[in-house]
Design a protein around this ligand. Structure first.
Ligand SMILES: [Fe+2]
Length: 306
């Protein structure tokens, strides 16, 4: 009979899981067990601490709904989502715009707008800004009819989901580039915000004495047939939390400046951001989205439970 102790248990667990037919699932679960066991040994995890961890993860799951994804927030605040993005970018064969977090506030099926229109469908007190630029391929050639989904918080730092009836969408929408790959749209200047702090992730952030803020930003999901979809965000230069984003989404190439004067802007006299997005060539299957519409994640888990 095999002796099971703190050193042999890891091999015992991995050996039993070796029957997994799917090689990728086997690889992932083996590594998960090895690292999880090594972590417990490193910190000499006690039964009380283990049950605290179980309670924390249980509460994280219980906080999830069709409009809230606490697990994505946990992944974001631990830097895991940012790491997954970097690994995804590293796999690209052709450089494109860097990825950033999809975050917990993306919703599919947002309304489609004409170029030049504003995604602000409710009354807002914040200043209006324009955003324009091009979507290009790796060689700098415009990509016609590329889809640009955009979503952002309002002038108070709140997303529509947090403020109105969550069924009513505001400050989110979809545009298509013109024949030369150009896009131009209007919105309001977003404010940075504190991540949702009323759940277990908020408890963790407070326990760690972190500020919990994200710098002001605007999310983008851009794609076109034959190109690699890019999930990214532009971060507004000058925000006080630009160097200390709670979810590690900011990187230098994604910092955007709101210009008061821009001769080339299609919006006369309006502060504007100019930014060109680059799409790499498509490769392989699979999504580059580190996140999802919370309602879709819930649907999948409900279907799995049936
Ligand atoms: Fe966000």
């Amino acid at each position: 009979m095999r002796v099971i102790d703190e050193n042999t248990i890891t091999d015992a667990a991995i050996e039993q899981m070796a029957s997994t037919p799917n090689p990728r699932l086997r690889q992932i679960m083996e590594a998960a067990v090895r690292h999880l066991h090594a972590f417990a040994r490193e910190v000499d995890l006690t039964p009380d601490e283990w049950i605290e961890g179980i309670k924390f993860l249980t509460a994280t799951g219980q906080m999830c709904s069709a409009y809230r994804q606490e697990f994505i927030l946990l992944s974001d605040t631990m830097g895991l989502s940012s790491l997954i993005n970097s690994l995804h970018d590293r796999r690209a064969t052709e450089a494109g715009t860097k990825s950033s977090l999809l975050g917990p506030f993306y919703r599919q099926d947002s309304p489609t707008f004409e170029l030049g229109e504003s995604i602000a469908t409710k009354a807002h007190g914040g200043p209006e800004i324009g955003i324009y630029g091009r979507v290009t391929d790796g060689a700098g050639k415009g990509v016609p009819h590329a889809s640009i989904e955009i979503w952002q918080p309002d002038e108070d730092g709140d997303y529509d989901l947090q403020k109105h009836d969550p069924k009513e969408m505001d400050l989110r929408g979809r545009f298509f580039t013109d024949a030369e790959g150009r896009f131009y749209l209007r919105t309001i200047r977003p404010l940075g915000y504190m991540i949702p702090m009323d759940g277990p992730v908020g408890d963790m952030i407070r326990a760690q004495k972190r500020h919990g803020y994200r710098p002001a930003h605007i999310h983008f999901l851009i794609g076109a047939p034959g190109y690699r979809e890019v999930v990214t965000a532009l971060y507004i230069a000058g925000d006080e939390h630009i160097e200390s984003d709670t979810v590690f989404g900011v990187t230098e190439s994604l910092v955007a400046h709101v210009q008061d004067r821009d001769e080339a802007s299609p919006f006369n006299g309006m502060p504007v951001i100019r930014y060109d997005f680059q799409l790499g060539a498509v490769q392989g299957a699979g999504s580059g989205r580190v996140g999802a519409d919370p309602s879709q994640i819930l649907k999948k888990t409900e279907a799995a439970a049936d």
